[in-house]
Design a protein around this ligand. Structure first.
Ligand code: PRP
Length: 217
């Protein structure tokens, strides 16, 4: 069997994805050893895990450097990755929102400057409303931007809301809900379909089952 390469985003998404893979019998014991390694072979030797930055999962999968990947919908949208998005995994849920100082009114602002890690999503969102905005690309700690006068508002993901709260900011407009997605390289889907399809089917049945339990059906 040809090795199937799986790209995961370092951090919490990788941990949740690995839990899911373990449930379908794909284990990477070496991942849990304290190491700076970025590639790991599964215990059965059939899969290779590659650990990448969240924003790059789509790029690795689109270019075939990985056959499968798990990434947040936010990063897939921002990267504009041309991949098959096959399953909404249901974890890593959060909201995209415009946030700013309490009482900020977007419609009251003639020109709007927005600090964000996601300039493409931000531009697309406001363009769809027929509104021209200026985005300032930041790489983190985005909440700082309106506090120090770098931007009027921010566009960012909100999970618990505590980062906004602790910086005296609030959600001004909710944009869209996001979650982790299983994505597949378009060519691999055909050429390695025999190996990839069972993985998709088994992951899907676990996710569906979890959904049924959660919804009490
Ligand atoms: C993300 C995001 C927010 C925060 C939202 O940042 O950009 O800042 O998490 O989570 P919360 O609603 O639960 O507080 P991240 O932790 O990735 O750090 P960063 O600012 O360095 O990008």
């Amino acid at each position: 069997m040809e090795t199937i390469k799986i790209a995961l985003a370092k951090g919490r998404l990788a941990d949740l994805s690995l839990e899911l893979l373990e449930q379908i019998g794909i284990s990477f014991s070496s991942y849990y050893e304290k190491t700076r390694k970025l590639t790991f072979i599964s215990d059965d030797g059939h899969y290779e895990l590659i650990l990448v930055k969240a924003m790059d999962v789509g790029t690795y999968v689109e270019n075939g450097a990985a056959d499968i990947g798990v990434a947040g919908k936010d990063t897939l949208l921002e990267a504009g990755a041309d991949v098959f998005e096959v399953i909404d995994l249901g974890f890593g849920r959060c909201e995209f929102a415009v946030a700013g100082e309490p009482g900020t009114e977007l419609s009251a602002q003639q020109s709007l400057t927005i600090g964000t890690k996601y300039p493409k999503i931000t531009n697309d969102y406001f363009q769809a409303q027929g509104r021209q905005v200026e985005t300032i690309k930041l790489n983190g700690s985005v909440e700082l931007a309106p506090l120090v006068g770098l931007s009027d508002v921010i566009v960012d993901i909100v999970e618990t809301g505590s980062t906004l709260k602790e910086n005296n900011l609030e959600v001004i407009e909710t944009m869209l809900s996001i979650s982790a997605r299983l994505v597949v390289n378009k060519a691999s889907f055909k050429t390695k379909g025999t190996a990839i399809r069972p993985v998709i089917d088994q992951v899907k049945s676990i996710v569906d089952e979890k959904g049924r339990v959660t919804n009490g059906n």
